[in-house]
Design a protein. Sequence first.
Length: 154
Amino acid sequence: MVQLDVIDPHEKGGYVLLVRLKEGSEIRIGKLGTTQYDPGYYAYVGSAMRGLKQRILRHLRKEKKLHWHIDYLLEQANVSNVIVCKSGNSIECDIADAIGTMYNVIKGFGSSDCKCTGHLFYSPFSFSDKIMKKLQSIGMKPSLIPVTNGSGTL
């Protein structure tokens, strides 16, 4: 289970799914095509301006229609934690810009509706603490929410 009771159902904002891919894998990601994803840690940045809690819960469900780029990756990987930044404004690109100063971006992933290079970032090492500190340094108030069911899916 995920401890999302701290989020009001109508809350808006941005989020970061912290994802672990245990084994390298070739994954076909919609129109992006097939790409090799190395084992390690990924941070996916998204936004939900009409229901942050429901969007995160959707990402964690195993049974869902594949719609966003992240849906394809999550068929192979597990979410370990979620970072939530509540805001009435769209801050997704601000979050992506901040993380992009520290980690390698996967070009085109998750950014088809904006001008960002990408909204997925890679590290061979766990990076939740560093991302939290970076978001705090740019004036955001991130909350780290663990995914406690062990599998990263619902």
